[in-house]
Design a protein around this ligand. Structure first.
Ligand code: NIG
Ligand code: FE
Length: 395
């Protein structure tokens, strides 16, 4: 572990009180020991000094929803959608999730690791300091375990916090009976992924899985120690959000078609609303009602949904910009949701905040204030990314 003394911070966002101008952050042994005004900061000569030159500092981005372990290429689907085909019709014709499943099954663990760690390295270089990674492109016992092992190894080798989610119920493999497949998920896959998956997720939607199937899978998972997340109300209103509230899921994700009733139920049950504006953007679909969910009292998180079908996006900065411009969150709400909200969605209470005792994960932005993040969406503003007090990326 390393010690870092950041000086010359023009604008510090801590997510623990008001922003501070002329600030300093001290990280010792990976943990924040001071985050506040430079005047009055403790003197330490034993740490590495970084002069931020008036730049802004924010907590590291916490990307709470990704599907980034996959092989193959679906750029052609993107063009086909632009020409008028729908996500659902492409999937029904053999493309979509199953196209990625076929390519992923045919790819060994080492190559999957190389592909995934390349994506995560680019994410770190763009300010992401912890993330969630789902399986869901194996859909058989062996490949699902392989994907989760790769996800864990990415975290270990790149030195960032990774939480893993088993998404065996992503779609039903071709030629299989859906009811039998749900049995396979509950009876064989779930016991097998115990120990490599922190959470279990189900895609609840038309053409994916029903509320009753998801309930059965997620309750079985809970019995094995995996808390629930739900792909809910993405392509249609299917009842996934109400289910998430009913079973006390950790998060309900997407929510593009969520209603005011859903929002009230999620807020009352303490389910984090993980919003994925990149998927709505790429599908030219409706954005989730972020302001409505926020006003209803939901904890809101923003994530990339990084996947080869609906959102091949690695940049949390772009996600923040879409959330502001397309979804209507305020800049402060979106930055909070992309940092502290993501941490809360992953049960990482010491992440997404800069205060004594929190993890030393932050981004030094090459800008005087953090509103430059949504304002300049195509520029990587991460001048330095610090993970656990270690400079993991530096321009
Ligand atoms: O979050 N909704 C389902 N799963 C992914 C898309 C997966 C794919 O198309 O490969 C999503 O959008
Ligand atoms: Fe997703």
């Amino acid at each position: 572990m390393s010690g870092l003394y950041l000086t010359g911070i023009g604008h510090l966002t801590t997510n623990d009180g008001e922003p501070v101008t002329d600030a300093a952050v001290i990280i010792d042994d990976g943990v924040v020991v001071y985050a506040g005004p430079a005047v009055g900061a403790p003197e330490r000569s034993d740490l590495e000094f970084v002069d931020c030159g008036g730049r802004a500092v924010i907590p590291g981005f916490v990307d709470a929803h990704t599907h980034l372990v996959f092989a193959g290429d679906r750029a052609g689907e993107f063009s086909r959608r632009l020409a008028g085909e729908t996500y659902q019709s492409i999937a029904a014709g053999g493309g979509g999730i199953m196209a990625t499943v076929e390519a992923t099954r045919a790819t060994g663990e080492e190559e999957l690791f190389e592909l995934a760690s390349g994506r995560v390295a680019r994410m770190i270089a763009a300010g992401t300091t912890s993330l969630e990674i789902k399986s869901g492109y194996g859909l058989d016992v062996d490949t699902e375990i392989r994907l989760l092992r790769v996800a864990r190894r990415v975290g270990e080798e790149l030195g960032i916090t990774v939480r893993t989610t088993f998404l065996g119920a992503h779609t039903t493999p071709h030629g299989r009976d859906r009811h039998r497949y749900v049995d396979l998920v509950t009876d064989e896959m779930l016991p097998a992924v115990r120990g490599v998956a922190d959470y279990c997720d189900v895609f609840v939607d038309d053409g994916a899985f029903t509320v009753d199937e998801a309930r059965r899978i997620l309750i079985t998972a809970a019995g094995l120690g995996m808390a629930a997340r739900v792909h809910a109300e993405q392509l249609s209103h299917s009842g996934g959000a109400a289910l998430a509230a009913e079973i006390g899921a950790v998060s309900a994700d997407h929510l593009d078609h969520a209603t005011a009733e859903d929002a009230a139920a999620l807020a009352a049950a303490g389910v984090v609303a993980v919003l994925l504006p990149g998927a709505s953007y790429a599908l030219r679909g409706p954005q989730a009602p972020g302001p409505m969910l926020w006003e209803a009292g939901c904890v809101v998180a923003l994530a990339t949904d990084c996947n080869p079908g609906t959102s091949y996006i690695e940049s949390m900065g772009l996600v923040v910009s879409l959330a502001v411009v397309e979804m209507g969150l305020t800049v402060d709400q979106a930055l909070w949701a992309a940092t502290r909200g993501g941490a809360l969605a992953l049960g990482l209470d010491d992440h997404g905040v800069l205060r004594p005792g929190s993890v030393g994960d932050l981004v030094v932005l090459d800008a005087p204030t953090p509103d430059h993040v949504p304002y300049r969406p195509a520029t990587n503003l991460a001048w330095a990314t610090v993970v656990g007090g270690r400079v993991a990326h530096r321009v």
